[in-house]
Design a protein around this ligand. Sequence first.
Ligand code: FAD
Length: 278
Amino acid sequence: MIPPIASTFVAGETPAEALDHARRLNDRDVGAILNLLGEHYDAPGPAAADRDAYRDLVEDIAGAGGDVCISVKPSQVGLDVGEETFRENLSAVVDHAAERDVFVWVDMEDHTTTDATLAAYEDLAREHDGGVGVCLQANLERTREDVARLADVPGKVRLVKGAYDEPSEVAYTDKARVNEAYRELLELAFERYDGGVAVGSHDPEMIEYATELHDEHGTDFEIQMLMGVREDAQYDLAADHEVWQYVPYGDRWLSYFYRRVAERKENLLFAARAVLTG
Ligand code: FAD
């Protein structure tokens, strides 16, 4: 069982608990992006197991209805095993989801995986004429080109600042420069994209800027935030915007919880306060 301190950031260990959480979010006009925790499998077995778990989850989502989609990590469905395994497993998930009208996001991992992830995404998005989205990271220097190139692909793009420590040969390592890059990428995406842009950030300044760009260009956008981070803001923003919460679940919750705390020490305090105040 997940201890109360971690349950601020993780919905539970089972799909049923994740779907219960999704239902509660939907009741407050927030969509749910379900992510089964798991990554960096170096053998085909666990990657196939998570592929199958996602296919089962898609069945459950289609049966339950509501604003619920999924988000898959490339190394969770076989990228560390090999590109072919990754592509087969991801296609199996996306094909299954497309038949049931469930949207699939593809998370982005470190820069060594970007080419393989974008190639798989692009093929699937074209094959299904949308129904799939990919994450792009503002800290990578290449991302401006990727945003421009993907404008003609019929899927969606989630812009984030980037969660991985990347070398200075390929990435901006200064926080202010990453913020500047994020703004520039928002501008480019709002100018070029007609399928919508997902703003994957908790940063009030970036959300405000996206709102201004929407007013200027008319481009649709959605706001995506993590479970347990600025949740009150998520509910407030949902009054005027499309808001989705990224909801991790599964039994591999410990390392995810540590990552949230390592990223921002206040998260530990925040989680402890949530436990104490019930
Ligand atoms: P930060 O620069 O961390 O914070 C900016 C401001 O936001 C802060 O000053 C504060 O005002 C507010 N804020 C941030 N955190 C908190 C908090 N805990 N409590 C209160 N206020 C806070 N990264 C990847 O590399 N690949 C992915 O596939 C990926 N997917 C993601 C999906 C979603 C839905 C989200 C939200 C993030 C994802 N990320 C991903 C992580 C992302 O790259 C960032 O590491 C993470 O979102 C932190 O950056 P930030 O934009 O929220 O702003």
